[in-house]
Write a protein that binds this ligand. Structure first.
Ligand code: C2E
Ligand code: CA
Ligand code: CA
Ligand code: CA
Length: 285
């Protein structure tokens, strides 16, 4: 057995057969050396389905590695989480996003940005709160939302809930990411006072063909609304699905049909422009 780095983390079985990927070692070495130097953020617009306007976006990190090229966050985020390095990335993303949201709010004063944090960041909540408090961010109410991506069971739910309450005190809202998969389930809605639910792409992508998925989506939207939460559908790739979601009362949508993740200057161009006409919205599928 080997104890994983950092306190409070569960013991892991050490397997000598699992040779670490040499590229992973390069990534970890270079993150320790250079941090976020070769990283940048893209923003994926979030469409408000009631109005047809882009009123928010999700910040997604990109790593343009000098030797390895573009490395997907789906690959390097888990590496940084396992080694306890992810918090350094999280702070940088938040810093960048807060500056970006102020610029976006020059186009739409209610614009909000979402950033991804891992459950590890949430557990190291006092550091997170201290970080937020030391920056006197001049952002408005609910300009920032933290999407909590589940990578494991949250062992201390009471602590996590306290962190969420402290974030609320700082005008920061919280979303459950990838809802319906893994650990992000109904029990989260009862344990944590989150503000938003993000329906996972795996339910959305085939909802027009899969009656069960459509039923789960419709019920989750109704349940979330009963609890006073907003619902975002992620991974919407076609107009028919977008219309269906609007018909079900889904609040926001994200996906390639609206836009892939884009640079901040391109995001500014989309703010204040109506994505679709009311007639398209009202059309029945
Ligand atoms: P996620 O939070 O579920 O983000 C959505 C992912 O789906 C993004 O991949 C996005 O580019 C992709 N996507 C968006 N629309 C569509 C669509 O219509 N169809 C399909 N097939 N895919 C779509 P990306 O950018 O590669 O990010 C992957 C994951 O990496 C994210 O999943 C998130 O868990 C993590 N991640 C990204 N940036 C950060 C970050 O700054 N911090 C942390 N902790 N995690 C991050
Ligand atoms: Ca997310
Ligand atoms: Ca997600
Ligand atoms: Ca995800």
């Amino acid at each position: 057995y080997s104890a994983a780095a950092g306190s409070g983390q569960a013991w892991r079985i050490y397997s000598p057969d699992l040779e670490p990927d040499p590229n992973d070692l390069i990534l970890l070495r270079d993150f320790r050396r250079h941090g976020t130097r070769d990283m940048y953020l893209l923003y994926q617009p979030k469409l408000d389905l009631a109005s047809g306007y882009v009123r928010g976006a999700e910040a997604l990190v990109r790593w343009q590695h000098p030797q390895l090229g573009n490395v997907s966050p789906a690959h390097f985020i888990p590496l940084l989480e396992e080694t306890g390095l992810v918090t350094r990335l999280t702070y940088w993303v938040m810093e960048e996003a807060i500056q970006a949201v102020e610029r976006c709010q020059e186009h739409d004063e209610d614009f909000s940005l979402s950033v991804n944090i891992s459950s590890r960041d949430l557990m190291e909540g006092s550091t997170l709160i201290d970080f937020i408090k030391t920056r006197s961010f001049a952002y408005r109410k609910q300009a920032l939302c933290l999407e909590i991506t589940e990578t494991g069971v949250i062992h201390d739910q009471r602590h996590a809930q306290k962190v969420i309450e402290q974030l609320h005190d700082e005008n920061i809202s919280c979303a459950v990411d990838d809802f319906g998969t893994g650990y992000a389930s109904l029990s989260y809605l009862s344990a944590f006072s989150v503000d938003e639910v993000k329906l996972d792409r795996s339910f959305i992508s085939n909802m027009l063909e899969n009656r069960r998925h459509r039923t789960i989506i419709a019920s989750t939207i109704a349940l979330a609304h009963e609890l006073g939460l907003k619902v975002t559908a992620e991974g919407v790739e076609d107009a028919a699905t977008l219309r269906e979601l609007a018909g079900l009362g889904c609040d926001m949508a994200q996906g390639y049909v609206i836009s892939k993740p884009i640079a901040e200057r391109d995001l500014h161009q989309l703010i204040g422009h109506r994505y679709f006409s009311e007639t398209l919205l009202q059309e029945k599928v």
